[in-house]
Design a protein around this ligand. Structure first.
Ligand SMILES: Cc1cc2nc3c(=O)[nH]c(=O)nc-3n(C[C@H](O)[C@H](O)[C@H](O)COP(=O)(O)O)c2cc1C
Length: 201
């Protein structure tokens, strides 16, 4: 199976990255996986300009930004599962992951339904990644879950928009220091178990 992991932390090798590695380890424990890990702060992923060219409203044109995204989106259509990881940055998912979801919009195809007068009365949406499995990973500094409640809501909404199937969410708290999660065996075990699930077991 092919898994693509998206590390939405600017701190390579830190908490989010460690948890994602555990998910990958879990998935790999049940058979061969082909893995592509994308560091969202290292890849050439330009900021969405909000031009809406990729939307049905503007004729679903190609994104005018030329960078790593075209290849990433193509490979996403070939993958079986995704891992989206983010630190809590000011009660929100990281700017890198927000931008990534914006740049994923070309995967969504919408048929706009209009009435006889041309007024939009609905949309039929389909996506190029429909039904693929997804795991979300969130690490935060504080100990209270409420700090990340909005992040989980936003992640769930995006997973729904892309018609992905969320099979697990990993939440780890109290990780202000770099790689603090390495001292949290329960969180690492939960990430490993999620990986096993991602592999279909
Ligand atoms: C700019 C910034 C804002 C942050 N805001 C919050 C916050 O609102 N709540 C929280 O619990 N932790 C917050 N944190 C702490 C991170 O969520 C925490 O250190 C996380 O484990 C970082 O993951 P990483 O090591 O993979 O980057 C913030 C960290 C940074 C750098």
């Amino acid at each position: 199976m092919k898994i693509m992991a998206f590390v939405g932390s600017p701190r390579k090798g830190s908490n989010v990255d460690c948890l994602i590695d555990k998910v990958i380890e879990g998935a790999g424990s049940r058979g061969n996986i082909a893995l592509e890990k994308v560091y969202l702060y290292e890849a050439d992923i330009k900021s969405c300009t909000g031009c809406l060219a990729c939307t049905a409203l503007k004729g679903s044109q190609e994104c005018p930004l030329k960078d790593d995204m075209q290849g990433i989106l193509n490979r996403m259509t070939q993958a079986d599962g995704f891992i989206f990881g983010t630190p809590n940055h000011v009660h929100s998912m990281s700017a890198g992951l927000v931008n990534f979801f914006c740049r994923m919009q070309p995967l969504i195809k919408m048929d706009i339904i209009r009435d006889a007068s041309g007024t939009i009365i609905g949309v039929n949406a389909s996506t190029a990644v429909s039904g693929k499995r997804a795991i979300v990973v969130v690490s935060q500094g504080d100990f209270s879950y409420t700090q990340s409640a909005l992040i989980f809501r936003a992640l769930d909404s995006n997973i729904r928009d892309f018609q992905l199937k969320k099979i697990a969410e990993i939440f780890s708290a109290g990780n202000l220091e770099r790689s603090a999660v390495k001292e949290k065996p329960a969180d690492l075990d939960a990430a490993f178990a999620a990986g096993v699930k991602l592999a279909g077991f």
